[in-house]
Design a protein. Structure first.
Length: 361
């Protein structure tokens, strides 16, 4: 890896021969490339031997030193704390999702993302532990995870890596409407050599989970990138499929803001919430998620809503975690208690997408 001083994130990476011993021609080619890079100012050079060993060279002075990713360096990279995704155990994943540089370091710019990803892991842990306690997955019958609106797939990759480290066999199938995202996810899965990951291009509302590569209905449905009503489509699909657990991080809740603008004057508790755009948008976002929680509870789920990422980092910081109270029971829309929520929505002058989707059974 070749970098200019202070610019490790913009480094050039030259692929070597891998684990096989290099022949003389490969060594000569590498040396010529290093000399050419140094002449162009790429003087901070790192030879990566494997995930734990590297040689750092300063071409300005001819200095070289060996670096080993021992426990002390690992803890320093983790900010002095125990993390689920350790640099010495999850290096391939951390490189693929852009947190770790090619030379095995985590830059200051990536450190915050690294902490957030590990925080996400701990928020998810009680969810999958509950599922595993209910049914012990095996290599023949892995835990089935459906990632709806998977986007770039980063958090799905992280979730599957966490399960791997915990010794839990799992399979994840991602669905997204954008072909470019699906192609990127497939490329990253191929780079990791992970056959437990699969992706397809489809609309969430029309996704057919019974024909997915999971080999059965999803036990865990995640929707961490689904914008606006796509979250509702994901929640409705999860409920109809009888998913044992749901993880959703809603964002861009625009639907009810427009409905509130045309709602009767007495429909909002304070008139200013309807009259002023900035207040209406904030109220609509909270109302949207509150109604989602109530609708999930009406369909037989135990739900909690918690902070996902600190609000100092992003306003999109809500994580909805839902667990089906009777996961062994067949899905029966007649048992859903939607009437009370429907009446409340009518009084508020709104008709959320999730209610419409569930009303259709």
């Amino acid at each position: 890896m070749f970098a200019r001083p202070g610019q490790a994130e913009d480094a050039r990476v030259l692929e070597g021969p891998g684990a096989a011993p290099p022949d003389e021609a490969e060594v000569e080619a590498l040396l010529r490339a290093a000399e050419a890079a140094a002449r162009e100012g790429w003087v901070k050079q790192t030879l990566v031997v494997d995930d734990r060993h590297r040689v750092r060279i300063d071409a300005r002075h001819g200095h070289a030193r060996r670096v080993t990713l021992d426990e002390a360096r690992t803890r320093k990279a983790m900010g002095g704390k125990d993390r689920a995704l350790r640099p010495d155990q999850s290096a391939p994943l951390l490189r693929v999702i852009g947190i770790m540089n090619a030379d095995g370091t985590i830059s200051a710019r990536s450190a915050k993302k690294y902490k957030q990803v590990n925080h996400f892991v701990e928020l998810c842990r009680p969810v999958w532990e509950r599922l595993v306690a209910r049914r012990a997955p095996s290599s023949d019958a892995p835990l089935r995870i459906l990632d709806l609106g998977c986007g770039n797939g980063y958090l799905g990759f992280v979730l599957l890596e966490t399960l791997r480290l915990a010794g839990v066999p799992a399979r994840l199938h991602g669905v997204d409407r954008r072909a470019d995202f699906v192609a990127q996810c497939r490329e990253r899965a191929a780079a990791l050599g992970d056959e437990a990951l699969s992706f397809e291009q489809a609309e969430i509302a029309t996704a057919r989970v019974e024909h997915s590569p999971l080999g059965g209905p999803p036990e865990l449905v995640v929707a961490l990138h689904a914008c606006d009503t796509a979250t509702d489509d994901a929640l409705a699909l999860a409920v109809r499929a009888g998913a044992g657990s749901i993880l959703a991080a809603p964002c861009c809740q625009r639907e009810l803001a427009e409905q509130l603008q045309h709602a009767p004057a007495g429909a909002t508790p304070v008139p200013a919430l309807r009259q002023h755009s900035i207040l209406r948008q904030g109220y609509a976002a909270d109302l949207t998620d509150a109604l989602r929680v109530e609708l999930l509870e009406a369909c037989g789920y135990r739900v909690d809503a918690i902070e996902f990422v600190g609000s100092q980092h992003t306003p999109k910081n809500l994580l909805i975690r839902a667990h089906r109270r009777r996961p062994e029971a067949a899905v029966d829309p007649r048992a859903w208690r939607l009437a009370e929520v429907r009446e409340r929505c009518e009084a508020l002058g709104v008709r959320p997408r999730l209610l419409e989707a569930l009303d259709g059974g």
